[in-house]
Design a protein around this ligand. Structure first.
Ligand SMILES: Nc1nc2c(c(=O)[nH]1)N[C@@H](CN(C=O)c1ccc(C(=O)N[C@@H](CCC(=O)O)C(=O)O)cc1)CN2
Length: 294
């Protein structure tokens, strides 16, 4: 029996958890994991429930039966079949460490995603991608062809029905229109501990400033560069004896781990956007079990 997931956000009110758990029980479902957060600042309640349909009732019927409750409680809810792999496009420019890391985790089953394409504005990783029997798309980007380049990207996104775009060190700024069309569906890895050192050369900015910690930040992409809701961050200590190029080397693993954790949380529906911030619920046993599903 597989584990499915219900995600809910709604105005905060007494009885939400009782209502959801009673409904699932009435459908022959047992809850295997549950996380909730009541944001008193915004008056919004967030919940993620993992459940098993022990009497074999199809997810579609369980979801259909919940619509009345969803309406009564003004819920924004979604049922997720955890055996369905999210369709993902990976994007990269010249630095391939995050791409390589994602491809390895995907190959060994640690990241259960359906990679529907890899897009790059350079050819550096074409061979790597093709060696994984994955589609590679080269889209040249210059200051004069950004609109055409993005139209080509949108065509690939629509053709592949990609649900998530991962900027795995893709170094071109996406347009406001693309960001508006894909809210909460584009994740970027920025190679600094935001909000410090935004922009294209954060390690050199950090070295010039003389910081003792550098880091990486995975965030949802918005039109405002490096300002999107943060999903995950990690730091590492540096010293006076290290150069900016040393920071680049030290930062590779930090970036790769941080991006992989953010993708893992997103594909297992553990991340909720809450205004300019996120709520990230802890990984539940089912999410790791799902990872091992061949
Ligand atoms: N709409 C957004 N697009 C992108 C974001 C974002 O937050 N919002 N993040 C970047 C990644 N990034 C930092 O993490 C970044 C990439 C590129 C630049 C930049 O200044 N690029 C120059 C061109 C650089 C080049 O050609 O090498 C530019 O686009 O003019 C800053 C930050 C990905 N996209």
């Amino acid at each position: 029996m597989t584990t499915d997931i219900l995600t809910v956000s709604c105005p905060s009110k007494r009885g939400i958890v009782a209502t959801i758990s009673s409904y699932l029980a009435s459908q022959g479902c047992s809850i295997s994991d549950s996380s909730q957060f009541d944001d008193v600042e915004t008056g919004t309640f967030f919940m993620r429930v993992s459940f098993i349909s022990e009497e074999g009732k199809p997810l579609s019927e369980i979801a259909e039966g919940f619509t009345r409750i969803g309406a009564e409680w003004n819920m924004n809810f979604e049922f997720h079949d955890s055996t369905t792999r999210m369709k993902v496009i990976l994007m990269v420019s010249r630095f391939g460490h995050c791409l390589n890391d994602i491809l390895y985790r995907w190959k060994i089953g640690m990241l259960p995603i359906d990679i529907v394409g890899v897009v790059s504005n350079h050819f550096n990783y074409q061979h790597l991608v093709l060696s994984h029997n994955l589609p590679f798309h080269h889209i040249k980007v210059t200051k004069d062809n950004k609109a055409e380049a993005e139209a080509e990207l949108m065509a690939i996104i629509e053709r592949t029905q990609a649900e998530l775009i991962v900027l795995a060190r893709y170094m071109q700024v996406l347009s406001d229109e693309l960001c508006r069309r894909m809210p909460g569906r584009v994740i970027n890895i920025h190679h600094s501990f935001l909000p410090g050192f935004k922009g294209a050369k954060p390690y050199h900015q950090a070295h010039k400033r003389g910081v003792k910690l550098i880091g990486a930040t995975a965030h949802y992409v918005t039109a405002e560069l490096d300002e999107g809701p943060i999903i995950d961050q990690e730091t590492i200590a540096v010293t006076h004896a290290q150069s900016a190029d040393d920071y680049v080397s030290i930062g590779r693993d930090v970036e790769s781990r941080t991006l992989a954790r953010a993708i893992h949380a997103h594909i297992h529906h553990r991340v909720f956007v809450n205004g300019d911030r996120t709520i990230v619920f802890p990984a539940s046993p089912d999410s790791y079990a799902a990872d091992r599903v061949g």
